[in-house]
Design a binder for this molecule. Structure first.
Ligand SMILES: [Zn+2]
Length: 384
């Protein structure tokens, strides 16, 4: 079978033997595979990630000198079961699966380890227990977006955004666009999207962003007037002192009223900001510019060291959260949201290529203007 192998930052289409499923594993015929920003980074920077993973206790992450087959955002068809499988789904059933697989050395990350080749190939192995059948005749294109949409869904859930809260999405690459889609699916009324690229702002609009700004021209934090957010320290001090004075005029102890109000969830209004860029300096710019009490969900993956001034975050009581991956439930729910039409990922898909077109697609995706998500169809030939 054909697959795209990355070694020493080179991408080559090579013939490899068809994989044989071990116990609990299943061989899938790959129908579509998304090219992820992580793949682009891994091509040149996989060793940095391997070092990080090793520090976190996982020493089987791919190295640049090894043969790694990328591809962790896939949809496929059940082709063959290994021994000991439940075999609940007949051969040929369209499925997606979490990109993790059990091996003798532990659990491997599909698409980022030489031990677990990914879906830049005609065939691949997946874990039967992590496989989910594609419902509602959802097309393979949409199904392949389950993984990135699960990432977005997890970020949105970690953001705990209320429907009446303002959500601000910084960066409209595939993660940012997925977050916009999921925020709208969740019923969040006001979604502000910010990106320097005009092409990506256009995609953000297509994904349902209510307000779209070019941060070179306008602050995404002041794009919504009458948001009720606290823009500066004097406003916060005024709120504290003013509220104390107002409650002091009541016939009951102000502290009783304050306590009840707190219990009922009264708190300063604040936006939830999604960092979907992952470049050095972005967290600092958010901490410096976001309103007081903002909740910041960091979904962008900045691999190198970064800096920000904690005292600024302290002064504004910024609530900084980091997100990683998703749970099997979030993965399953993302698939069903796609299949039931709660989210329409079509604006995200900007191109399709064959395995021989992967190299060209990587080059095109390096430019933010034109493309968001490019899907590989192993049965097709040619570039974008
Ligand atoms: Zn990804």
């Amino acid at each position: 079978m054909r697959s795209v192998v990355c070694q020493n930052a080179e991408l080559d289409v090579v013939e490899r033997p068809e994989p044989t499923p071990a116990s609990g594993q299943v061989r899938l015929e790959v129908l579509r595979c998304g090219i992820c920003g992580s793949d682009l980074h891994a091509r040149h920077g996989i060793d940095d990630w391997a070092d990080l993973a090793e520090q976190a206790g996982y020493d089987r992450f791919g190295r640049s000198t090894e043969e790694v087959v990328f591809g962790h955002e896939f949809s496929g068809r059940v082709a063959e079961y290994g021994p000991g499988c439940e075999q609940e789904l007949p051969t040929g059933t369209p499925v997606v699966a979490l990109p993790l697989i059990r091996a003798a050395g532990g659990i491997d990350t599909i698409g980022f380890s030489a031990h677990a080749p990914g879906a830049y190939a005609e065939q691949m192995l997946a874990q039967e227990s992590l496989m989910v059948p594609v419902p509602n005749a959802l097309a393979p294109d949409g199904a392949a977006l389950t993984e990135p949409m699960a990432v977005a869904w997890h970020a949105v859930r970690r953001g705990e955004v209320g429907k009446k809260q303002v959500a601000v999405v910084i960066g409209c690459g595939p993660i940012g666009l997925g977050v916009i889609l999921m925020l709208k699916a969740k019923g969040v009324r006001t979604v502000v999207a910010s990106d320097f690229s005009a092409g990506r702002r256009e995609l953000a609009r297509a994904c349902g962003a209510d307000v779209v700004v070019d941060p070179a021209e306008e602050s995404p934090y002041s794009a919504v007037v009458e948001s009720g957010h606290l823009e500066n320290l004097p406003d916060a001090l005024e709120l504290a002192v003013g509220t104390r004075e107002k409650l002091g005029r009541l016939p009951v102890g102000w502290w009783h009223v304050w306590r009840v109000a707190e219990k009922l969830g009264a708190a300063p209004k604040h936006p939830v900001v999604f960092e979907c860029v992952g470049l050095p300096g972005v967290i600092e710019s958010i901490v410096d510019s976001a309103p007081l009490f903002s909740r910041v969900v960091v979904a962008g993956v900045c691999v190198g060291p970064d800096r920000f001034r904690p005292a600024m975050a302290v002064n504004k009581e910024i609530d900084l959260r980091f997100v990683f991956g998703y749970t099997p439930l979030e993965f399953r729910d993302a698939l069903h949201m796609l299949a039931e039409g709660d989210v329409d990922p079509r604006p995200l898909i900007t191109g399709q290529v064959g395995l021989d077109g992967v190299e060209a697609a990587f080059a095109a995706l390096g430019e933010p203007e034109q493309h968001a998500k490019v899907l590989i169809d192993p049965q097709r030939t040619g570039g974008l």
